[in-house]
Design a protein. Sequence first.
Length: 153
Amino acid sequence: MNCGLHSKRFFCIPLVLSLVFAISESFGQPSQNTEKAFTVENYYRVKWGFADEFIQLWKTNHYPLLKKAAEAGDIIGIVAEKPILHSGEDTRWDFRVIITFKNASLAFDHGLTERYKKQLYPDLAKLAKEEKYRFQLLLAHWDVMTERVDLSK
């Protein structure tokens, strides 16, 4: 899903996840098992020449929040990757983060990392400014909810 460039798009992941969760429940499907791990892949396509800067900003401002959630047990895995070779513009991505939450409820928790912001970033105005700039570097951002496929059956 392309979340655009506006600063309010910083909240895109939880919004998309909550919409999908609400839609699945509205069709009468059983809700997600709250004890089953839930994985989301976040893809970022950045303006040409700015990928390293975007990744550094992500590592500085967002990763510490995710690490705190991992220390609390809410996130059980964080993996970040970037491609070694380039691809076509229509399939290009510059940075991927795979987050495995303890359960789906935590993945849909809009405030999961909010409680850590003041603790990690005393200057919240500076954080907001840097995050706004990080998202200005984006051309596209999409999230993919995944689940493992049992290949033994």
